[in-house]
Design a protein around this ligand. Structure first.
Ligand code: HAM
Length: 420
């Protein structure tokens, strides 16, 4: 029989990898405390319609990548392909519009996209995301961008750039889209198949195409920032002035449109120097129409999300060391049935004193048990045999020096606490 494997594009995160994840989560929690964000968790699946209406039917995420299925009551459901729409759904469902605005929420979420797996691109990945809902001021755009950059810096990462653009709003975007169509129409024959469809259905996406044949057309295309209405123009100018005040450098990237349809005004990505938008560490933007798209009254919002697998990848390539997993302090070895019962009792005494330990089942030779202790990386082994049982003691062996010393369990507690 063939052995089962993790599904293509997914990965097990084994114990050796966990320190990276714990490190990233710790920094994320710290950043959220500093910027006043509270944690939210939403279900791993939602009604598919939530994403059709917000992320958009013309996006790759919805049209090609969403894990969509009918449940046993024939409801159309989707595994979460992104985290923003579910948070906005929860904001509406729980009447958070009655709270002081903006409501600032963060999450860690498993995200599912049926993509072609490659380095840093998975079918199930993990995001740390933040959403600030209920305020349209560009101050908040600057704050979110500052927060995203501070997060990556706090991880020790260097060598990344902030890519920034404004894609306007429903008032000014039609003018830009018209110009895009006029620019692309004579070039139609040289475009890839996807771009020909984009030209009809979703011209903004043309700018995002990664195919070499479409690059020059996209580079020379009309820029959204040149077609902003006065309000979007002022918003973008204010944002840039706040970024200057914060000494944040950015690259104005007119081809940055992001892969989700709900964005308005500000969009941004954080890209490692040696990759493109395909390897972005994180991205986000403003979504002032999203809540209305999913049935609420208009409420503005802005947020960003970072891909944790991409961060782990970059921590490794940049050789950033993270604290290893804490090893148990002691390994309890025992010889014979009676000693085994005694070891179980001693283990309870030590754990009640907050001492992490491993206990052997004692069914192997002492030599084999000590070998296990060595592999586990403990500093001490405590051995219980017949003599120790009679004396109510344990034989404590320093695994590094091999020195042994007999002592009572309460003395072992003191030794281990001092060694911490
Ligand atoms: P996104 O750019 O689609 O944005 O995803 C955010 C980040 O998740 C990316 O920058 C990347 O680091 C990571 N990521 C995306 N797809 C994959 C994948 N297949 N494998 C590994 N990592 C991946 C959003 O999802 C928006 N909801 C972000 C946002 C929050 N906008 C406003 N608020």
């Amino acid at each position: 029989m063939n052995l089962f494997k993790a599904p293509r594009g997914t990965a097990d995160i084994l114990p050796d990898e966990q320190p990276y994840w714990r490190y990233i989560e710790g920094r994320a929690l710290e950043i959220c405390r500093l910027y006043g964000f509270s944690r939210i968790s939403t279900p791993i699946f939602e009604e598919a319609g939530l994403f059709l209406r917000s992320v958009g039917e013309g996006t790759d995420i919805v049209s090609k990548e969403m894990y969509i299925f009918k449940d046993r009551s024939d409801n159309e459901m989707a595994l979460r392909p992104e985290g923003t729409a579910p948070v906005c759904r929860a904001y509406l469902e729980h009447g958070m519009d009655n709270l002081p605005q903006p409501v600032k929420l963060f999450y860690f979420a498993d995200i599912f996209r049926y993509e072609r797996p490659q380095a840093g691109r998975y079918r199930q990945h993990h995001q740390f995301g933040c959403e600030a809902i209920g305020d349209q001021s560009p101050v908040l755009d600057a704050e979110i961008i500052h927060m995203a950059l501070s997060f990556f810096e706090s991880l020790g990462l260097t060598n990344f750039s902030l890519q920034l653009n404004s894609i306007g709003c429903k008032k000014c975007r039609p003018g830009h889209l018209q110009k895009l169509k006029e620019h692309y129409a004579p070039l139609r024959e040289q475009l890839c198949d996807d771009c020909r469809i984009r030209l009809e259905k979703n011209p903004l996406r043309l700018l995002d195409c990664k195919k070499p044949a479409c690059q020059s057309a996209a580079d020379l295309a009309p820029k959204s920032a040149d077609y902003l209405c006065p309000e979007c123009g002022r918003h973008f100018e204010s944002l840039k002035s706040y970024l200057a005040a914060l000494k944040i450098k950015f690259v104005l990237n007119h081809r940055l449109v992001r892969g989700l349809d709900y964005y308005t005004k500000t969009v941004f990505e954080i890209q490692p120097a040696d990759g493109g938008s395909q390897s972005a560490l994180g991205g986000g933007g403003r979504y002032d129409d999203l809540i209305a798209m999913i049935g609420g009254k208009p409420v503005p919002g802005i947020g960003f999300a970072a891909g944790l697998e991409r961060i782990v990848l970059n921590l490794k390539t940049q050789n950033i060391k993270v604290a290893p997993v804490e090893r148990p302090a002691v390994y309890l070895a025992c010889l014979g049935d009676d000693a085994r019962a005694e070891a179980v009792k001693v283990s309870a005494v030590l754990r009640a004193e907050d001492i992490a330990l491993l206990i052997s089942s004692g069914e192997r030779s002492l030599k084999a048990q000590l070998r296990n202790a060595n592999t586990a990386g403990v500093r001490y082994a405590a051995i219980i045999g017949g003599d120790e049982m009679k004396a109510g003691t344990v034989m404590v062996r320093n695994m590094e020096t091999g020195e042994q010393q007999e002592m009572r369990p309460d003395e072992l507690v003191v030794l281990l606490k001092d060694a911490k």
